[in-house]
Design a protein around this ligand. Structure first.
Ligand code: SF4
Ligand code: FES
Length: 260
């Protein structure tokens, strides 16, 4: 496949960004999107500061910075906006699991970083997603003791449907696609996935009220917007986490506030 890539370049957080156009040739339809980006970067490294490229109007011929780690759909690092969609045109996959066969030969592909006030651009396609870590640190964990004179966590029976729903929420990989795709820049699906997942388990219930209030307060403090039920987050979540978890978060939060 031969492709034209319109890639967002930005030297640092304060610099003005712009789109740079590159051409890549002979890309296998079986290669992953990130492998295609690797090929582009190899090409850019080999070109160096090629005077011909500069003459043609290339403002930057150095490699493009983009985030990735596991390349297996589990770490959430590969945050790219591709042709106007978080993680690209395929459903329920992360960018690292997206394959080039989803595109047509000769296609122009636009590649941008996450667009959200909560995720400022660091360089090119790399954004700072540490806001999600801060929201988790505010309460997205369990600190109750188990074992000893208390029943072991694994010995407490949990109805199967509750366990499965909890595991659905626990699949969140913190990729940030939910906030990046939401017109309000809301992180509700991310917060809801953790609050709901833990609220469904006996061990998580104990700190449920504190957790819901603390995580929502931190999300608001960090500048994420409000949820207006557009469900765009659910559409773009690579782990198919549904807005039913947001409904549970709202119930948990309301009950916590009423019992203050
Ligand atoms: S809820 Fe889905 S889209 Fe949002 S951070 Fe988790 S996995 Fe990513
Ligand atoms: S690189 Fe880890 S989920 Fe894509």
């Amino acid at each position: 496949m031969d492709l034209t890539l319109k890639v967002w370049r930005q030297k640092n957080a304060k610099a003005k960004g712009y789109f740079e156009t590159y051409n890549v040739k002979n890309i296998s339809p079986d290669s992953s999107f990130l492998e295609m980006m690797d090929i582009l970067n190899e090409q850019l490294i080999n070109e160096g500061l090629d005077p011909v490229a500069v003459e043609k109007g290339c403002k930057s011929s150095g490699p493009v910075s983009f985030d990735h780690d596991c390349r297996e759909g589990i770490c959430g690092a590969c945050s790219l906006y591709i042709n106007g969609r978080a993680h690209g045109p395929d459903d329920e996959v992360t960018t690292c699991q997206l394959h080039m066969r989803k595109f047509k030969d000769g296609e122009t592909i636009t590649i941008e970083p996450w667009r959200s006030a909560g995720f400022p651009v660091i360089k090119d396609l790399v954004v700072d997603r540490s806001a999600y870590d801060k929201i988790l640190q505010a309460g997205g964990f369990i600190s109750v003791r188990t074992g000893g004179r208390l029943p072991d966590a694994n010995n407490i029976p949990i109805p199967r449907e509750k366990a499965e729903e909890s595991m659905d929420g626990a699949q969140c990989i913190g990729c940030g696609a939910c906030a990046a795709t939401c017109k309000n820049g809301s992180a509700m699906l991310f917060v809801a996935a953790r609050v709901s997942s833990l609220a469904l388990l006996p061990q998580g219930k104990i700190e449920g009220a504190r957790r819901a209030k603390a995580m929502v307060a931190k999300m608001d403090e960090l500048g994420f917007g409000s949820c207006t039920n557009t469900r765009a987050c659910e559409m773009e979540c690579p782990k198919h986490i549904t807005v039913s978890h947001i409904a549970r978060l709202n119930r948990e939060y309301l009950c916590a506030k009423l019992s203050d």
